[in-house]
Design a protein around this ligand. Structure first.
Ligand code: FRU
Length: 433
């Protein structure tokens, strides 16, 4: 069940991607980690390094909760590199015996990108917020450093706090970024501001009574007024069931790359997953390049993933087509679909069908014969790219305009069935990292 080209823990529990950056040519990804397969506990930052965003080495734990200001977990945060240093900003989580909570935004610094020296808290909780205040994301703009922190106001509403600094050490509070008359849920986790070709987006993981989702808003980051002015009402960044807490970074070539947690959900939904018996749970998504087309944020797998395509097969599918699969670590690209009714069935675990402007994705539940289903209104499907990796599936529709991420526990039934009215051009590869 272990993915071959996704980051997943050898052992234990993984959640959010953290600290993303490219430092002296190498890509660094950290993730929230616990040595045991339980969702709650004193989180550590597990560290991975790569030259190509595809092959990763596990560097062990970079941050462990051993100081007073983080004793119940080194929670999520981000990475910033300067010419000679790599800074990690993260939340020190502290609980007391009565269940009370304290939060400190902390920094750790490295000269070599391997060992990080903790410098302790740089931000204490400002007035107006509860202790649900975490996940600092730092970036540079207009000769200043900026930080957004996910927050819950004293009114128990989600918002995002903005800070400014000129030295990464002393931070000035600039206010609440978001319009409080909107429904942001009861807490905004993992906020991120993305700037692509002068267009800005706010990404935020909203906790609502109805569920927790990563949402992207298009708008304008007003640094003078310290407000994010919305241009739309927000869209799911990924409409699958198993995607949360995404984070972006800009690499040395200027690409904006995003990874998310390929997991999340209610406690029994997570703990009933079959990999728990193997002693590990969850993975990160593949790295996705963000770009803007027709004013909308799109995601495409980074091009480096093409380097692990093996054994290409080209199939002109029409009517009923049966494709034998050697492995569930694979990529499928379907093009020239034009306007027609079609469906894909991946070993009865994942099914994609399209008819009458409506796309339906069904994913088989692991502990029953039932399928969970997502529907999306799409007028025309031009292309679909599906990335499968043993227990994961990521579906990119129309050049990544819509993306759907699912846990998919494939079996030994290794085949893909395609039904189509007209010809669909399919390419399929085995992926070997
Ligand atoms: C999001 C989150 C963050 C927090 C981290 C703790 O999944 O709840 O807000 O920092 O996970 O592991």
């Amino acid at each position: 069940m272990r993915p071959k080209y996704h980051i997943s823990p050898e052992q234990g529990f993984l959640n959010d991607p953290n600290g993303l950056a490219q430092f002296r040519g190498k890509y660094h990804v950290f993730y929230q980690w616990l040595p045991d397969v339980v969702p709650q506990g004193s989180k550590q930052w597990r560290h991975c390094i790569s030259n190509d965003l595809v092959h990763w080495t596990d560097e062990g734990s970079a941050l462990q909760p051993d100081e007073w200001y983080e004793k119940n977990g080194c929670y999520s945060g981000s990475g910033i590199t300067t010419e000679d240093k790599y800074f990690l900003f993260y939340t020190g989580n502290v609980r007391d015996a009565e269940g009370g909570r304290e939060t400190y935004q902390c920094v750790a610094v490295s000269d070599d990108g391997k060992s990080f020296q903790k410098e302790g808290p740089v931000i204490y909780l400002p007035d107006g917020y509860t202790a649900h205040f975490r996940d600092p994301k730092v970036w540079k703009k207009n000769n200043s450093w900026w930080m957004v922190v996910g927050a819950q106001t004293k009114e128990l509403q989600g918002n995002v706090a903005l800070f400014e600094s000129n030295n990464l050490k002393k931070w000035d509070y600039r206010g609440n970024l978001l319009d409080p008359s909107m429904d942001w849920g009861y807490m905004c986790e993992c906020p991120d501001i993305v700037d692509i070709d002068g267009q800005q987006f706010l990404i935020v993981s909203c906790q609502k009574e109805t569920g927790c989702k990563g949402i992207v808003f298009s708008g304008k980051m007003d640094y003078i007024e310290a407000k994010f002015q919305l241009d739309d009402v927000g869209n799911l960044l990924d409409a699958g069931f198993d995607f949360y807490a995404p984070q972006s970074f800009v690499d040395e070539s200027g690409r904006c790359i995003l990874l998310g947690w390929l997991g999340a959900g209610k406690l029994d939904y997570q703990m009933s997953q079959p990999t728990v018996k193997e002693g590990w749970l969850h993975s990160l998504t593949i790295p996705r390049e963000l770009f803007v087309q027709n004013g909308k944020l799109h995601q495409q797998p980074v091009k480096e993933l093409e380097s692990i395509r093996r054994h290409e097969r080209v199939i002109e599918a029409e009517g009923h087509t049966f494709i034998n699969q050697e492995t569930w670590s694979a990529e499928l690209l379907a093009e020239q679909i034009s306007d027609q009714k079609f469906s894909f069935n991946f070993g009865n675990v994942l099914k994609i069908s399209f008819a009458n402007n409506s796309m339906v994705i069904q994913r088989k539940h692991w502990s029953s014969e039932e399928y969970d289903e997502v529907r999306a209104e799409i007028s025309v499907i031009k292309n679909i790219r599906v990335f499968l990796d043993q227990s994961t599936a990521e579906i990119f529709v129309n050049n990544g305009e819509k993306v759907f991420t699912f846990k998919s526990f494939f079996t030994d039934d290794k085949w893909v069935e395609v039904e189509s009215e007209k010809t669909i051009r399919i390419k399929i590869w085995r992926m070997e990292a």
